[in-house]
Design a protein. Sequence first.
Length: 180
Amino acid sequence: MGQKQNLVSITEDLEQEYSKHTDVWEDSPFKWIRLESSKRKGAIGEKIVERWLKDNGLEVRRSPDSDADRIVEGHRAEVKMSTLWETGVYKFQQLRNQNYEFAICLGLSPHDVHCWVIPKPDLIQLWKSGKIGSQHNGSRGSETAWFSVDPTNVPTWLEPYGGTLEDSLTKIINLTKGQN
């Protein structure tokens, strides 16, 4: 066997080891999103949330500035989306203390969807209390926060903020209609 053939054989063996992690996405309606750049994923997430909310009768438009992503029924919303990482968690990143009222955190698994809606004051308090972490500079970081969620073992602090699309939609309606 020549060197090239040997190398081909090695890569074929390794393909089995590595591709088993991505097989779960093979028949997923969300597979195409994973192939996009982070920036494009963010834009796609915003459009998914916008169309979902509009399909459910809410008025949604783009924010006129970069402190929020969308205006939902006159209320400023930040949208974060994560596809499920190979480690089995979502990572909602780049949460900032900007001018928005609540964050919509949309998680896409190969064949499931999760969503949490966190009012900004709660988000800031969770950050200050250490339940969610600073993304840069460890505990000294103050610019951006992030958190991980295993959708099969959701932390108790996150439970009041939704989990399902139905619960999250109800939360958004309550927040935007003043029914908290």
